[in-house]
Design a binder for this molecule. Structure first.
Ligand code: SAM
Length: 260
């Protein structure tokens, strides 16, 4: 049901590289889908992340410097962006061009008058924009949403922040700041259907809340994790660890250190 709204992005955007980013066409086989689903259960990750994944060819936008995937058109992205596509109306502001996955169904809506997209990296704009069949509602501006200031008195009916590659508690403070900064540009005195949201904000809020339950420095002390390097690695890499898991993780890190 979700997929009907979206285009097959590999049919539009060719595989290409710039100095910092790359677009690849990634084929996912039936075997790999099974493997990913089992792996998510095994790693105790949410099964929802891969629930609707099907074999096929996907467009992946990656960062060549850190190897991270920035965006793809897999089922998870379609599913988690469905609400914005349903709710977008009037004059729309979107932070994050990515591969333009959500832009195409949003521009097709009659109730959408204009779309301003703020994208931080010119290289991403150059890799993606020439291949998107955009209509004249869409304007792309190369800028950082954290510092971008819309013109005075401008109002948007829909504001959506979609600038994060993954779901972590670390995203939540930035989401809060962006919502605070942009709330005054929302047309909410005139339009009751105004909408402002960040991609997967409720998931980031939940993770942020979970983190606050533990004082990890304290737990590390309690389990006598004194080696500063190990302690920092644990704190940095998995703030979600429960107390009993922390012991296992510390052993794992110690083992890695021993073998280095
Ligand atoms: C997950 S992708 C967006 C996906 C996109 N909405 C789509 O439909 O394909 C995140 C995008 O946000 C951009 N970005 C990251 N930080 C940004 C910032 N501070 N300001 C503007 N764009 C940013 C990234 O370069 C990337 O293109």
């Amino acid at each position: 049901m979700v997929t009907k709204t979206f285009q097959k992005m590999y049919e539009l955007i060719p595989a290409k590289e710039s100095s910092q980013f790359k677009i690849i066409h990634r084929k996912i086989s039936e075997e790999e889908v099974k493997f990913q689903k089992l792996k998510n259960i095994w790693d105790e990750k949410q099964y929802m992340e891969v629930y609707g994944l099907t074999p096929g060819t996907y467009v992946v936008l990656g960062n060549k410097k850190n190897g991270e995937t920035i965006m793809s058109d897999t089922w998870m992205e379609q599913y988690t962006n469905h609400e914005i596509i349903e709710k977008a109306n009037g004059n729309v502001l979107i932070a994050g061009l990515g591969i333009g996955l959500i832009i195409l169904p949003i521009q097709a809506k009659e109730c959408v008058k204009s779309i301003v997209i703020i994208e931080k990296y010119q290289e991403i704009i150059d890799l993606v924009l020439p291949h998107l069949p955009l209509n004249n509602k869409v304007k792309v501006i190369c800028a950082d949403i954290d510092t971008y200031e819309p013109k005075n008195n401008i109002k948007f009916d829909t504001i959506y922040f979609d600038i994060w590659n993954n779901i972590t508690a670390d995203n939540y403070p930035q989401m809060k700041d962006l919502h605070k900064k942009f709330r005054k540009f929302l047309n909410n005195k005139v339009n009751p259907n105004c909408f402002i949201e960040s991609w997967r904000r409720s998931d980031c809020r939940r993770l942020d809340k979970e983190n606050r339950k533990y004082d990890y420095n304290d737990v590390a002390k309690q389990f006598k994790i004194t080696d500063e390097k190990i302690r920092r690695a644990i704190l940095k890499n998995d703030l979600k660890l429960q107390r009993n898991k922390l012991i296992l993780e510390s052993e794992k890190y110690k083992e890695v250190q021993r073998n280095e």
